[in-house]
Design a protein around this ligand. Structure first.
Ligand code: C2E
Ligand code: MG
Length: 881
């Protein structure tokens, strides 16, 4: 059935071609129908139905010589014979498997009977023609002969092209015996030419090494490789006969003989390519580096280039180095090793364009000392090795050549990626550096902020101000020479009170807004520094023309007088100290600031609120320092003396009592009144001890006089405001009262409104009430000193259980000058009396003042007119005894 279908197809094919010939008027060209059986190498069809193979190519060439078209029909050998016999096909194509197995005329071994064979050539195949058509066989034979005549290599070329397997290794008994007797053959290969040939741990490697391994396996022998350092060294060993075999030499018999060797068949073709530099074009007459030990290359170069263009080096490596460093322009190396030579030497400036410049065959050289049978055996082995195997060895060995894994090699091989990586690294480094710089700047900035800024008010601090002071003064040198610069110390009054009422946060906000306002309004404030506690500030100012320092300070005061405190416009008052910057001479920032602060401190407790520094202040400061140095000792040594100033009845002029006023008889500082030390002692706290001392001395005197039966009068002692916060004040006062057991109200305590009782805060108010009640219960009479100097006198009257009202001297002098004040004084006296208090006016210096008071209804007075403060003993003697 299959046969008939095929028959139909083939007949249809023949008819189609006939029709084509008729219509195309190609009547001259008939078709040769060829039957074949698929056979790799000979004839086969690929997946696209294209034909390949040595027989196919030969048949196509023949068709040209016969002037016929070809058509191919596939079938089994039996089918094909049937087609041939029935005339459907003209020719059968046979493979050449067992060619020449017999003797006599060459013919295919299994030639079907009734056919004539036409030989296409060894390894190519046969054409079979029906014996009834001898003229076709003759035509075919003629065509084959003509083709072979035209191209004597045609058959060889086809064999080489389609050779799919080597010859069968068919050794004779003699040859086998030789191999058995010589299981180890000493051999050599060209040294150090990877991937062509090289030794590694005594093993032959590379293309030649692989072929050597194949020979070992096929012949059942072992090749023992002898090391050679150079090509020359290898050839010397061959010439000497130290080795039996050199695996790779030039296929040149003359040269082989010169080295005492016989050549085998060639088994490898070596192509040579030129290696040049990338960075320099080839000159017109390039200098060629030639390896002295490489005979063939040398011969070739000498043939191609004149002597002046040749430069000789020991081996290929030296030639490459010469081209790389510019000593030569070009060299020739094996195509197989070119890339490896470039890689191994890291010659990234060298390249090969891959064009084969010349080539030569490689054969084995067998020492003439060895048995010639070895050459014959090797020839059989070479014929046995499939050339395709040699190609695949070359491919895999060349493929294994890798560039050295150095950074330079990597960059060379991957320029774009390297640039990208380098760029990224650089980018990361730059970004990191910028980040570190930013962090450092931030850190420095933060540190600077910490050191120079009051964070809560976001303004410069005193440290910054002190650092800035002298550079700024130097900057304004002209203003300094004209005496316009001054340093100002300023502090808001009643800070504790404001903080208590509005809270620290609001206070801070208020200060912040004051600073902003003042700075904006008064551009002649050159520098500003605030204390960390926000209690005081310093300014460096340039006095506006036409103003005095004081007037300039008043401007500042005015600009910061009304402040918005938590939405409430609040009036702020200040203490200001001014230190003019000397017009010339060396300056010290700390001294300027201290002087301004000294002027500032000077006015605290006084009615002034602007103080100007003068040199006397400095002396005073020195004296205060000395007082602090001696005060403890002075107390222990009894240097503080009690002076008593009489209080008297204005009408009868009888003694009412006395006020104890302390004096300091200092061996170092002289005789000092309290005016020079009380303020200091109140600041440093020593006033507390001094008060106890005075109180005890007064109590002692009174107790002593009572004990002696002498008359006593009430004595008042002054109490510093520090007692209110003193721990254990009441218990100590209690113990004094209990110790002296004096009659009640014989000792009076003079409390000042301004220092002792501050009604600005509720806590202190309650505290004051507590304290005064307790003191009173201990038997002390309480006297309200300096009445009418503060703002809370009336509040004090209302709250505290005072016995005596001591109206301040300022009321008296004021009453003398204005009727209004006079009225007030009168009313105050009356108020005191109505409240059941003893009213006393102090500071009576003139008889007029005395009579004014008498008229005003005041009974008791104190003043220089009647008595000055005198030592206690003198007082008792003069006024009482
Ligand atoms: P103070 O309590 O107001 O005492 C009255 C001051 O007025 C005394 O000054 C006295 O000498 C002075 N004085 C009296 N009569 C007149 C006068 O007619 N005209 C003038 N111009 N002054 C007169 P002194 O003794 O210098 O004392 C000053 C201040 O020192 C006292 O003022 C008092 O606050 C304080 N003080 C004195 N002794 C002590 C003490 O032992 N302890 C405490 N804490 N303070 C004391
Ligand atoms: Mg007093």
């Amino acid at each position: 059935m299959r046969f008939w279908i095929r028959l139909f197809i083939i007949t249809a094919l023949a008819w189609t071609q006939l029709a084509a010939a008729v219509f195309c008027e190609q009547t001259t060209r008939s078709t040769l129908i060829i039957g074949f059986t698929d056979n790799p190498g000979i004839i086969w069809q690929d997946s696209r139905l294209m034909y390949h193979g040595a027989s196919y190519e030969f048949a196509e060439t023949i068709s040209n010589y016969l002037n016929v078209n070809t058509n191919y029909v596939i079938g089994s050998p039996a089918d094909n014979l049937q087609y041939l016999k029935s005339g459907i096909i003209d020719v059968i194509m046979l493979p050449d498997d067992e060619y020449y197995a017999g003797s006599g005329e060459p013919a295919p071994v299994n030639q079907p009977p009734g056919t004539i064979s036409v030989a296409l050539g060894r390894g190519i195949g046969w054409l079979l023609v029906d014996e009834k058509r001898p003229e076709l066989a003759e035509q075919l034979r003629l065509a084959v002969a003509t083709i072979n005549k035209v191209n004597t290599f045609y058959q060889n070329d086809l064999q080489a092209k389609y050779h799919v397997s080597g010859n069968i290794l068919n050794l004779t008994d003699e040859e086998r015996a030789y191999l058995k007797d010589h299981p180890v053959i000493r051999a050599m290969i060209s040294p150090r030419q990877p991937p062509y040939a090289y030794l590694q741990d005594g093993q032959a490697m590379g293309v030649i090494g692989c072929i050597a391994n194949r020979i070992e396996v096929d012949l059942g022998i072992r090749l023992e490789f002898v090391q050679a350092d150079t090509h020359q060294n290898m050839m010397e060993k061959l010439t000497e006969g130290t080795v039996d075999l050199v695996m790779d030499v030039y296929d040149d018999n003359n040269w082989a003989k010169a080295h005492n060797a016989t050549l085998t068949f060639p088994y490898l073709a070596l192509n040579y390519v030129a290696v040049m530099r990338k960075d320099k074009p080839l000159p017109e007459k390039p200098v060629i580096a030639c390896a002295r030990t490489h005979f063939y290359t040398q011969a070739h170069i000498e043939h191609m280039y004149p002597a002046e263009q040749r430069r000789y080096y020991l081996d290929v490596a030296d030639c490459m180095a010469a081209v790389n460093n510019g000593d030569a322009d070009m060299t020739f190396v094996k195509a197989i090793t070119a890339q490896s030579d470039i890689y191994q030497g890291n010659y990234y400036n060298l390249y090969t364009n891959g064009n084969v410049v010349f080539s030569h065959a490689v054969a084995m050289a067998v020492s003439q000392n060895a048995d010639p049978i070895l050459v014959r055996i090797l020839n059989k082995e070479i014929a046995h090795i499939n050339p395709q195997d040699v190609y695949s060895i070359i491919n895999s060995e060349v493929y294994r050549v890798h560039a050295k894994d150095t950074l330079q090699a990597f960059i060379y091989r991957n320029p774009l990626m390297s640039m990208a990586v380098l760029g990224s690294v650089l980018f990361i480094v730059i970004v990191t550096l910028l980040y570190i710089m930013w962090l450092r700047r931030k850190h420095t900035h933060d540190l600077w902020q910490q050191a120079n800024i009051v964070s809560s008010a976001q303004t410069h601090n005193l440290h910054w101000f002190a650092n800035e002071l002298l550079p700024t003064i130097n900057k304004y040198a002209k203003a300094r020479q004209q005496g316009e610069l001054f340093v100002l110390a300023i502090s808001p009054q009643r800070v504790a009170f404001i903080k208590e009422i509005y809270g620290t946060k609001n206070y801070t906000l208020a200060v912040k807004s004051i600073i902003a306002k003042v700075k904006a309004k008064l551009p002649w404030i050159l520098r500003f520094g605030l204390s960390e506690e926000i209690t005081h500030a310093y300014m460096l100012c340039q006095k506006p023309p036409g103003l005095t320092f004081r007037q300039a300070a008043e401007r500042i005061e005015k600009a910061s007088h009304i402040v918005d405190l938590n939405g409430v416009p609040t009036s702020f008052t200040y203490h200001i100290g001014i230190c003019p910057v000397p017009r010339s001479g060396d300056l010290e920032a700390a001294i300027l600031m201290d002087n301004a602060m000294m002027a500032h401190n000077e006015i605290i407790g006084k009615s002034k609120n602007i103080g100007l520094y003068n040199t006397a202040m400095h002396d005073e400061l020195l004296q205060q320092q000395q007082m602090e140095l001696y005060m403890e000792k002075a107390l222990a040594a009894g240097e503080f003396q009690i002076f008593l100033q009489a209080k008297y009845d204005l009408v009868t002029k009888g003694i009412y009592g006395a006020e104890a006023l302390v004096r300091w008889q200092s061996p170092e500082l002289g005789f000092l009144g309290p005016g020079s030390f009380i303020n200091l002692f109140e600041r440093n706290g020593f006033a507390v001890q001094l008060d106890y001392y005075v109180l005890e001395r007064v109590c002692q005197q009174l107790q002593e006089r009572i004990r002696q039966g002498l008359t006593v009068v009430p004595i008042s002692v002054n109490q510093t405001g520090l007692h209110i916060t003193e721990r254990g004040y009441l218990s100590r006062m209690q113990s004094i009262a209990e110790r002296y057991k004096l009659p009640r109200k014989l000792v009076e305590l003079e409390l000042t409104e301004t220092s002792f009782i501050d009604f600005t805060t509720k806590t202190e108010n309650e505290n004051a009430l507590q304290i005064t009640r307790r003191l009173k219960s201990m038997g002390y009479a309480l006297s309200m000193d300096d009445f009418c100097t503060g703002y809370s006198s009336i509040a004090m009257l209302r709250n505290l259980p005072m016995d005596i009202m001591k109206v301040d001297r300022s009321m008296l002098t004021a009453a003398e000058q204005s009727e209004r004040s006079h009225t007030i004084l009168k009313q105050v006296i009356e108020l005191g009396q109505r409240l059941g208090m003893t009213v006393l006016v102090e500071g009576i210096e003139t008889p007029a003042q005395e009579s004014l008071l008498q008229e005003a209804g005041c009974n008791i007075g104190q003043g220089f007119l009647f008595a000055r403060p005198i030592p206690a003993e003198q007082f008792w003697a003069k006024y009482v005894d």
